[in-house]
Design a protein around this ligand. Structure first.
Ligand code: GDD
Length: 311
């Protein structure tokens, strides 16, 4: 069994590779930069997803049985500043991948990782969110992921390709980029604890409610879907529990060793921010019996400890 992870050096990519290696599969991964030697037991291939030629070359060379497509411009906040780049990487990049697979005549199992942001402005009565939910995107990132997954569905149907679409809810864990809220808060709290910052934490919208899952649970769900998912289907991946960002902040502050003042920074408020995303994971659970193993408290503690060792 030969698997290819696009974006293996990213946050989820590293965890997924580590997990797959415990399953005795051959793991290949694409990296954008030349940092080839740092991944033990993973065969890396240099590839820019926006470069059609390079994508075709990697698919032809690796001939994977399974592809986990993780490369993404993954920040909703950043997508407001760079909407073209977001569409280019997430949507056009996915088309490059689909076309490359089709041209080789191979039929690997392809998992396209989309986002809960595709659901966007969901009505309160439609929470928790099922896969059939109408899509009401609230930012360019969400649109790019809708287009990605719709292209996947179109190719699956038209060419009978073995494609599964995932809608992943927020995932968190040690080593995540501080672009995202939990890492962002935890990193700055660790810096304050070390006296590297004033004890003031600037924050954005604390009213939003999100379904957070530990990345170590997320990659187990992806693996289960790779084994048991049905082609052409869409699967939500998320814990089924949601928390207001204020609650996440309160836990992190309670774990901190110092007193910290909280202030709102208007620059951290987005042009629009979906109020609530909570996953209905029934379809995933019925198929695979997956359930998260990490509690939110454990994950937040791990993230804060990671930053304490890093900053
Ligand atoms: N980053 C950040 N920084 N977010 C903040 C802050 C802050 O200081 N203060 C409040 N927030 C709020 C955001 O407004 C948003 O409502 C929530 O925290 C989560 O923001 P992010 O962690 O940046 O992630 P996201 O929800 O926009 O996107 C993440 O989840 C998606 C799935 O729902 C990413 O992981 C996406 O790739 C993923 O698809």
């Amino acid at each position: 069994m030969r698997t290819l992870i696009t974006g293996v050096s990213g946050f989820v990519g590293e965890y997924l590779a580590e997990y797959l290696l415990t399953k005795n599969v051959e793991v290949h991964g694409t990296v954008k930069d030349k940092n080839i030697s740092s991944y033990n037991n993973i065969k890396t291939h240099k590839m820019d997803i926006t470069n059609r030629q390079q994508v075709a070359e990697v698919i032809t060379e690796v001939k994977p049985d399974c592809i986990f497509h993780l490369i993404a411009q993954s920040s909703a906040a950043y997508s407001w500043k760079h909407p073209q780049l977001t569409i280019n990487v997430n949507t056009i990049g996915t088309i490059n991948l689909l076309e490359s697979i089709r041209e080789t005549g191979l039929n690997p199992r392809l998992l396209l990782v989309g986002s809960s942001e595709e659901y966007g402005f969901v009505k309160p009565e439609d929470i928790p969110i099922k896969e059939e939910q109408e899509l009401r995107p609230g930012n360019p990132y969400a649109v790019s992921k809708i287009a990605q997954n719709m292209m996947g569905k179109v190719y699956q149907r038209a060419y009978d390709m073995d494609i599964i679409m995932i809608r992943a809810f927020n995932h968190i864990g040690p080593k995540q980029s501080p672009t995202f809220v939990v890492s962002d808060f935890a990193k700055r709290i660790a810096e304050i604890e070390k006296g590297k910052r004033e004890p003031v934490l600037m924050v954005g919208n604390l009213e939003a409610e999100r379904d957070f899952t530990d990345v170590r649970d997320i990659v187990r769900a992806y693996y289960e879907l790779f084994k048991k998912g049905e082609k052409g289907e869409i699967y939500n991946v998320g814990s089924g529990k949601s928390y207001r960002i204020q609650y996440i902040l309160d836990i992190l502050l309670s774990l901190s060793t110092v007193d910290i003042e909280i202030k709102t920074d208007p620059n951290r408020l987005r042009p629009s921010d979906v109020p609530i995303l909570r996953c209905d994971n029934t379809k995933l659970v019925n198929l695979t019996a997956w359930k998260p193993r990490y509690t939110i408290e454990q994950t937040l503690r791990d993230v804060l400890n990671y930053w304490r060792e890093t900053v």
